[in-house]
Design a binder for this molecule. Structure first.
Ligand SMILES: NC(=O)c1ccc[n+]([C@@H]2O[C@H](COP(=O)([O-])OP(=O)(O)OC[C@H]3O[C@@H](n4cnc5c(N)ncnc54)[C@H](OP(=O)(O)O)[C@@H]3O)[C@@H](O)[C@H]2O)c1
Length: 253
């Protein structure tokens, strides 16, 4: 049974577009106050206006999560202004795939800096607050949902460093799950397949063309499909830990 999230606070990274934006909507609709985080503050303002008009409490935070001080400040501001932290959705991510000769080391660093280090900074800063929430929440539980990828389960040529970051997220999530489950802090990982968002648009043109040739006929998932999976995890009662969800488009082999 899906529980309501009234009186809880959820922090969603990468909420200015795609999966993060859709997730902020579903968690706010379920009653959570939401801290929405990204660099494009104009996008966050639009979402904040929409959710506030629908009756939700919203804190928008401009942050570059590759910067450790920014990431720590995100958690601090959430606690100061929303009073607690029950749910973290580590969603912000970047995919810059391409041939390993053609790709730059800076592109590889950007993926490691956000997909692994950004997630690490937010999680580390959030842990004490999540453990506290798990103790005093009427629901008796707190959650971290990490967004990995099908690329965190299966490696492919031209995705080496993206694969490395997303395999890393799967591994870290399982290790944290074992460490914190006895304290009612659940760690879950979601591994989406092809989803129709802005993610692909940051890659080199040659990579985009290659993806179009390979996957052009696939009916992609919608960001809302992934948001629903995240809501299923977070809204499950304390006794139910959804450790991992791999979700592909029906057409994706
Ligand atoms: N779309 C897919 O097919 C797919 C499949 C598997 C996994 N995923 C994963 O799903 C997650 C969400 O991606 P998406 O598909 O929704 O793509 P998206 O629309 O491009 O969203 C990425 C989000 O990350 C934020 N972001 C990027 N760099 C950031 C930074 N330095 N600091 C803070 N925020 C930053 C972006 O906001 P700003 O630019 O405003 O900062 C944006 O809100 C990613 O982790 C991605 O790897 C996606």
């Amino acid at each position: 049974m899906a529980e309501r999230l009234d009186s809880t606070v959820a922090l969603i990274t990468g909420a200015s577009s795609g999966i993060g934006l859709a997730t902020a909507r579903v968690l706010a609709e379920a009653g959570a106050s939401v801290a929405i985080v990204a660099r494009r503050v104009d996008r966050l303002e639009g979402l904040a206006d929409e959710l506030t008009s629908a009756g939700s409490k919203v804190l928008r935070i401009e942050a570059d999560l590759t910067n450790r001080a920014d990431a720590e400040a995100v958690v601090q501001r959430t606690i100061e202004q929303l009073g607690r932290l029950d749910t973290v959705i580590n969603n912000a991510g970047v995919m810059l795939n391409g041939g390993s000769i053609e790709s730059s080391i800076e592109e590889w660093e950007r993926m490691v800096d956000l997909n692994v280090k950004g997630l690490m900074y937010v999680t580390k800063a959030a842990l004490p607050h999540l453990l506290e929430a798990a103790q005093d929440s009427p629901r008796g539980v707190a959650d971290v949902v990490n967004i990995s990828s099908i690329a965190g389960r299966f490696a492919r040529a031209t995705a080496a460093i993206y694969n490395a970051t997303k395999f890393g997220v799967v591994a870290a999530t399982e290790a944290w799950r074992q460490e914190f489950t006895a304290r009612n802090l659940r760690f879950s990982v979601v591994e989406p397949g092809l989803t129709d968002t802005e993610l692909f648009s940051h890659q080199q043109q040659a990579t985009q063309d290659m993806y179009d040739r390979q996957w052009g006929n696939v009916e992609k998932l919608h960001a809302e499909d992934i948001a629903d999976a995240i809501a299923y995890i977070v809204r499950s009662p304390r006794r139910v830990a959804i450790n991992e969800i791999l979700i592909r488009p029906t057409d994706q082999v």
